[in-house]
Design a protein around this ligand. Structure first.
Ligand code: ZN
Ligand code: ZN
Length: 227
């Protein structure tokens, strides 16, 4: 009997015998399933003790969870507008108004409204998949219009980014090798080779100067002897 391979689920990390559906997170592990899952990755998290190791999700998937009633006002959420700190959903900018509350003053609001009628804070959506909202860099805010519409699976699939590929070794030109000197200085790295070239250049310059100095000395001696 062929030996079954043991693999870790790429989505939740659960170790298990190789199979097409994860026994822990029910994620589809065939190439199409993983591609679809990758399209849903983003900087937003809903605290879920049943699946604590799930990757973050896109803003649109988070909104879909409101429609499915798996995200409600007292769910714990973290994302670009919370600096990745867990905060109750009704206090989270970008999410609270979709749950009928102003994130700042807790006023009841229409989920389709663009701003709070009480404190006038503007509402918005945060669709930048790559921004964690750290380092004081504000995540790009988009108009709240249309945000309250719930996306289907096809819409999520349309946000699909390029499939992941293994990083390839990039041919580094002489110019970029010089520019990259701060990145890495390990032997064999572009920066190391650039440094080596620089040291070789300095050595050559010194040799030329020494030869020139010798020639000048000989000329001086000859002139003095002729006197
Ligand atoms: Zn899994
Ligand atoms: Zn308000």
């Amino acid at each position: 009997m062929a030996k079954q391979r043991i693999l870790a689920c790429p989505l939740c990390g659960e170790t298990q015998y190789e199979q097409s559906v994860c026994k822990q997170c029910s994620g589809k592990l065939d190439p199409d399933g993983l591609l679809l899952a990758e399209a849903s990755f983003g900087p937003w998290y809903i605290r879920d003790e049943d699946n604590p190791f799930a990757p973050g999700m896109t803003y649109d998937l988070l909104i879909q969870k409101i429609g499915e009633d798996t995200l409600h006002r007292f769910s714990l959420v973290r994302g670009p507008t919370t600096r990745q700190l867990w905060i109750v959903a009704k206090r989270v900018p970008g999410i609270a108004h979709l749950l009928g509350r102003c994130h700042r003053c807790d006023e009841h609001v229409d989920p389709a409204s663009l701003a709070c009628p009480m404190c006038e804070v503007a509402f918005g959506g945060y669709r930048d998949r790559d921004s964690l909202g750290l380092e004081g860099i504000k995540s790009k805010k988009v108009e709240a219009n249309g945000v309250s519409s719930f996306l289907g699976d096809t819409a999520i699939f349309e946000t699909c980014s390029k499939p992941l590929t293994a990083p390839t070794r990039v041919q580094v030109s002489k110019e970029t090798a010089h520019n990259d000197s701060a990145v890495s200085d390990e032997p064999g790295s572009p920066a190391f080779r650039a440094l080596q070239r620089h040291v070789d250049g300095v050595k050559r310059t010194n040799q030329i100067l020494m030869v020139a100095l010798g020639v000048v000395c000989i000329i001086l001696v000859l002139i003095l002897m002729n006197w």
